[in-house]
Design a protein around this ligand. Sequence first.
Ligand code: SAJ
Length: 406
Amino acid sequence: MINVIGLGYIGLPTALMFAKSGIEVVGTDLNEKLIDSLSKGKLTFEEDGLEELFKDAVEKGIKFTTEYQKTDIYIIAVPTPYINSSKKLDPKYVISAVNTVLDVCEKGAVLIIESTISPGSIDKYVRPEIAGRGFELGKDVHLVHAPERIIPGNMIYELEYNSRTVGADDSLVGKKAKELYSSFCKSEIVVTDIRSAEMSKVVENTYRDVNIAFANELAKICRNDNMDVYEIIRIANKHPRVNILQPGPGVGGHCISVDPWFLVGDYPDLTNLILTARKINDSMPTHVLGRIRDIMREHKITDISKIGIYGLAYKENVDDTRESPTLQLLERMDEHLAFGVKVYDPFIKERIVDHQFMNFEDFINEIELLVIITAHDHIKNNLDLVKGKLILDAKNICDFDGVYKL
Ligand code: SAJ
């Protein structure tokens, strides 16, 4: 039996995949409301294909509880928040989960940590904890780091078809973990050591951050001289060895905007490029604000409540608002006492910011300038309804005449 600890964005779909493939799974989370909801057959977040997978897993007998189970395989997928001021990882949930596992596990249990951690975290925080409890690593318990790679919006497909990394101290334990994941993962599973697994995960997200920063810097250069950045990227990408990403209003989510900071925090003298990329991406909400100001001036709009921001989620077709460019933008506005901008996102059903609308038409009726920050399919399918408005399209989804771009 596998006990999956932490049933959030990663733990839940992973637990469901194991259950669907016929393995006995118990999902544990300390959040009673969440367990209550899952036990009643109600999902806690939206994701393509998740409903179906959930149904299959429930039919196969997956159980949800707040209790840690006595078993020999654990998958730990608890959150790893980062401390904004120091840009360092806060390992408290991982440490606490490891400790509780040690309270109940069978001798020789394998602890697989899936949560993203900064390189070196297992040496720094987890091994000493285990040794401090009197457990001998490699005998009483075995450690594995198997960082996830799935992308919100396409998680279920990617769980099955992405290649995976398994880092272990011992090749036999690595092989065992690999076999376990191959119950649902149809792609290559690379077995390596724990430090390489930690580092490769953070490197993957940093690579994407740096490449998005390049696109964002191009957007700023092109804006300065009134060139069309999208056209330039489209042409440049015809070159067989060029593949520039898309500029946008900023980089959100709990991964790409966070992981590079771990490298900057640990290697401050060696991370010039990575730090600059982070700064460029973090500056994009301010760039959008500058664009809003230009348009307001040009059209003599003085009332901020005539501005409507579309999108609170950090990217299209998800309901996750962590580090979202819109939240960053509202924070910048707040710092400058610019209150009253209206906000709408069809995926966010609870009110999380001031002046948030729950109805799209009401929202559109009350604004003069629509700022598109998140390219949900919903807005792509409703562009007809916004044709008469001034539009700042930070995601390049509208091709009407007169639409302002980044
Ligand atoms: N973005 C751009 N321009 C682009 C692509 C993305 O501005 O061309 C923005 C998005 O709008 C969003 C942010 O970047 O705000 C991040 O979005 P994303 O779709 O690139 O990635 P995430 O954060 O949803 O998921 C990433 C993925 N990592 C990589 O692609 C290297 C995913 O595979 C990881 O599993 C995930 O981080 C994670 O959990 O670490």
